[in-house]
Write a protein that binds this ligand. Structure first.
Ligand code: 2HG
Ligand code: ZN
Length: 476
């Protein structure tokens, strides 16, 4: 049993006075869901989860924490892949949840901006935009639970980075509660604003270590008029990248997503996830999901997709392909991709490597990383998949059949090191879109040590001198 370090006397009473009964959870069964990440890598401990109803309440709570030097773990939808939102084990930290910051403050169809609070889920934000004929062009597998504040705090990437960039490319303004409890209102919706250091980008990707994002102004684009989705069977990652090049040459501006999957990954989905169906009959080791969208009326996108695939089939790059004929078919193809993480979890123990390399190096990377892992642990099952249109591969590894799951997970460091050695050879990154959290601070030291890490530590010390914001995350 870890040592309990109680909060200062009266701390919880003072919190209750700010947020009321509804805003404070102390009952162990209500607190429990906030203490464990969905991957079950970390199980923390805390006596309290604080759920402020608005920015002023949240700021008052942070002021209280600053006065008493109580460490804070900010939490959104708790969908972090790297344990970035769970408290440590000694009960010294409080969780501040953004889940009651639920207002959509403004949507402007001329400015094409959505001003929204941190607790709104990404899915709800997308729906709010769609209701007004706009699109919030950010899409991730966990969008039903992930909240805007967390999505921005980790600079989420996802499926549309190939076209619209990462979360940080969509942020025009932020409102942030700083570690001393003051509020920075930077909710500007300007496309041009050259007025000193770009502060908002400091908080995007800082994973809650510099402050708590409470609201944001996000860029919108018009809703597409035509959407075309295909699932293509390909023999190799080389063929997948060859196909990517063809789509770029034919109409790069319409390419919305270009996702790689393996036959093995799809078999896991079909086995573990109800209501899934494989529309392509030809069996190949790899598959590509292509999505194209356009706002131009009658742009003939479907024809372009068909022609590009026909030519690729004639040239032996694509073995077989199916183009979705309805919204339901589009959703069914996307489901095969979106359920990859859940299916891998149900198949057994799996180790994740969210990495990126230059797009041109993806085939060689996948081959060498798979070989290196097999040499380390014969029978290990590589399931590389993900956003290859932007160079991001989830090089996940499933436990060998019949091996002990706990033993396999205990080999996580060795497996990640093996993959990362290959990533390094190709000048890639050890964390493409999932961030650092609690899982990878030591890697940050190894990969970004020297001037880069020193600068990050200086920024942290300047903004959070007492070190109360999400301690133990990101920085080693
Ligand atoms: C995705 O692309 C997510 O679906 C999760 O980033 C990836 O499970 C993973 O490793
Ligand atoms: Zn991803």
């Amino acid at each position: 049993m870890p040592d309990r370090q109680p909060f200062p006397p009266d701390f919880l009473d003072s919190v209750r006075a700010i947020v009321g009964e509804r805003g404070l959870l102390t009952d162990p069964s209500s607190v429990a869901p906030y203490l464990e990440d969905w991957r079950r890598l970390y199980k923390g401990s805390s006596q309290a989860v604080i759920r402020p109803a608005n920015t002023a309440e949240l700021a008052a709570v942070v002021r209280l924490c600053a006065q008493s030097r109580t460490p804070i773990v900010p939490q959104g939808g708790n969908t972090s892949m790297v344990g970035g939102a769970v408290p440590n084990e000694d009960s010294s930290e409080v969780v501040i949840s953004t889940s009651r910051l639920l207002r959509i403050r403004d949507l402007d169809e001329v400015d094409m901006t959505l001003t929204i609070e941190a607790g709104v889920t990404l899915k709800a934000a997308q729906m709010a935009a769609a209701e007004r004929g706009c699109l919030l062009p950010l899409s991730i597998s966990s969008e039903g639970s992930a909240q805007i504040g967390g999505v921005l705090a980790v600079n989420a990437g996802g499926n549309n980075t190939v076209r619209y960039g990462n979360a940080r490319d969509l942020v025009l303004g932020l409102e942030v509660v700083l570690p001393d409890g003051s509020i920075w209102n930077g909710l500007r919706r300007l496309r041009k604003d050259n007025t000193g250091y770009c502060l908002r980008q400091l908080f995007v990707g800082a994973e809650g270590t510099l402050g708590i994002i409470t609201a944001a102004v996000l860029k919108l684009v018009p809703q597409p008029k035509e959407v075309a989705v295909a699932l293509c069977a390909v023999g190799s990652p080389e063929a997948a990248i060859g196909l990517f090049k063809r789509f770029q040459m034919s109409d790069a501006s319409s390419l919305n997503a270009f996702e790689l999957m393996t036959g093995l990954g799809i078999r896991f989905v079909l086995k573990h996830i109800p209501d899934t169906l494989m529309p392509v009959e030809t069996q190949t080791p790899y598959y590509v999901l292509v999505e194209m969208t356009t706002t131009r009326p009658e742009a003939g996108l479907r024809l372009l997709l068909e022609k590009t695939l026909e030519q690729a089939m004639e040239d032996g790059i694509v073995a077989d392909a199916v183009i979705a004929e309805s919204d339901a078919q589009r959703a069914a193809i996307w489901k095969l991709r979106e359920e990859h993480s859940e299916a891998q979890k149900r198949e057994g123990a799996s180790i994740k490597n969210d990495v990126s390399v230059p797009i041109s190096k993806i085939p060689a990377f996948i081959q060498e990383a798979a070989q290196a892992c097999e040499a380390l642990m014969p029978g290990i099952r590589a399931v590389p998949f993900g956003h290859i249109g932007d160079g991001n591969i989830h090089f996940n590894l499933e436990q060998p059949v019949d091996c002990d799951g706990a033993w396999f997970l205990a080999q996580g460091e060795a497996v990640m090191d093996t993959v990362n050695e290959v990533v390094r050879r190709f000048d890639g990154s050890f964390s493409a879109e999932h961030g650092i959290g609690r899982l990878k601070p030591h890697m940050l030291e190894e990969w970004r040590g020297g001037a880069e890490l020193a600068l990050m530590k200086q920024i942290k010390a300047a903004i959070d001198p007492a070190g109360i914001m999400n301690p133990g995350k990101v920085l080693p």
